[in-house]
Write a protein that binds this ligand. Structure first.
Ligand SMILES: [Zn+2]
Length: 156
């Protein structure tokens, strides 16, 4: 399995390719339907969520990893996650991984927003979709790299 640094490098490389692709799509003369949601704003939100997820929301939150330690004293919020999930179990499942991380994140963020008096209904749909897409893609790239590299290793 790739180390933390390797994961970050792979993730950033995939982001570069993805952003180039998204920007290319916005230049098409006859764009597909989903392009209507693509603009500088949503691409930026997507990229920011992706980068944040790469460094803070890695599936390796199930161990004492760098992403886990980056939370500082707030890592206590991920402690149950680490205890509940065995390493490379649910957290590294292509569906349950992103889902469980998003749920844990929501359990942290939503109460904070409500406490701050921020109405969730004020968040524009484009913002929410771009944020979730960025987080999920970052997690999937991690899971795919893990699976791909352990397959390569067992082949040799
Ligand atoms: Zn991993």
């Amino acid at each position: 399995m790739p180390g933390g640094k390797m994961h970050e490098m792979i993730n950033v490389a995939v982001l570069m390719v993805t952003i180039s692709g998204l920007i290319y799509f916005t230049t098409l003369k006859e764009p597909a339907e989903f392009i209507n949601y693509l603009n500088a704003y949503t691409i930026l939100i997507f990229a920011a969520a992706y980068v944040f997820a790469t460094f803070f929301l890695s599936p390796d939150l199930d161990i004492d990893s760098k992403p886990y330690k980056r939370w500082g004293i707030l890592r206590v919020l991920w402690w149950p996650y680490k205890v509940i999930f065995k390493h490379r179990g649910f957290s590294h499942n292509p569906i349950l991984g992103p889902l469980s991380i998003l749920i844990n994140l929501a359990l942290i963020v939503v109460p904070l927003l409500l406490l701050a008096g921020f109405g969730m209904q004020n968040l524009p749909a484009g913002f929410i979709i771009a944020t979730i897409a960025g987080i999920v893609l970052s997690i999937e790239v991690h899971i795919i790299s893990d699976a791909f590299i352990s397959k390569m290793k067992s082949a040799f």
